[in-house]
Design a protein around this ligand. Sequence first.
Ligand SMILES: NC(=O)c1ccc[n+]([C@@H]2O[C@H](COP(=O)([O-])OP(=O)(O)OC[C@H]3O[C@@H](n4cnc5c(N)ncnc54)[C@H](O)[C@@H]3O)[C@@H](O)[C@H]2O)c1
Length: 355
Amino acid sequence: MTEPNTQQVHHIQPAELQNFVQRVLVGNGVPDDHATIVARCLIQADLRGVDTHGSNRIPSYMKRIRQKVLDPSAIPELKQVTPAAAIVDAKNGFGFVAAHMGMQKAIEMAQQIGIGMVSIKHSNHFGMSAWLVQQAIDAGMMSLVFTNSSPALPVWGGKSQLMGVSPIACGAPAGKERPFILDMAPSVAARGKIYKALRRGEKIPTDWALDKDGNVTDDPARALEGVMLPMGGPKGSALSIMMDVFSGVLSGSAFAGHVTGPYDPSKPADVGHFLVAIKPDLFMDLEEFKSRMDYLYQRVVTSDKAAGVDKIYYPGEIEQITRDRRLTEGIPFTEVEIANLNEEAELVGVEKLNI
Ligand SMILES: NC(=O)c1ccc[n+]([C@@H]2O[C@H](COP(=O)([O-])OP(=O)(O)OC[C@H]3O[C@@H](n4cnc5c(N)ncnc54)[C@H](O)[C@@H]3O)[C@@H](O)[C@H]2O)c1
């Protein structure tokens, strides 16, 4: 969540970036309405400073379309299972589109009966989980957002990649204070941060990953050949298995190390997701809930600070501050990143980013 440390940075306004990403998506066969959803999700990540899961992912997603392992025009199919449960078959389309549809359905069920659960199968990567948490918050809902992903992490005691660096996310709206938004990979760092360091020619901290021989490394290329390190030892490994139980086993998608990696062109990814929306005023009235959330926020951020700490942040707060700033300043991209994006525009003959 750091700003690029190189001098060659250009700031692009979110509206311009949104139009650009939409053009490239449509140029690759994505229907207009789906392109709007995908672009909005990617730009939300860019705005929140989650650069690892924003527009820079466009080249790898477009490559999967060209490799015919991701269907750009798939229409996800939704089936109601019980009044509180539905399943979406993503039909190997964008995870963003299926998950957006799934969260919308979960919200509708929660509005009617208090809770809505949606299982999503045969999907693809949906980027930053927090956009789904935000979708629920915008509708006044609490949420759980789970996904599985391709092998990157050893299980505790293992040495090779088996489980995904699958983020666990959840959120709750507040009153006048900031909402609670937790969105975290079960590894010390998200794998996207290693791809970002590789893209930018940067080193990585030595506690993020091991190389293929099991040695610590600060080289992102060597780290990508090896394994990510789980956060909190067996606990990070267990959270990753939990994501697989709820997203993979339950949905009917790939699980147990069988989700296809984003750079493996041999077959569709077959990712699974699991989304829950919960009405916050089930057990008390809404105003009381919101004022309790506001009180919690205040208690957290005004807690006694440890030595060397200037400010205590609430989960999701740093990203919201970054968003507020980038909405006016624009989103920073290095020249290499812009060149990579413009290459995609050239491939489908649409207008490039103008810098
Ligand atoms: N779709 C996928 O398969 C996939 C896989 C891995 C990661 N991701 C995404 O990558 C992103 C980054 O994940 P990450 O684990 O590196 O996130 P992170 O470590 O940057 O943040 C994790 C959580 O900690 C909170 N946090 C961070 N610093 C804080 C501070 N100083 N004070 C208080 N709270 C703080 C953040 O608000 C966030 O909720 C996430 O958006 C995640 O969804 C997606």
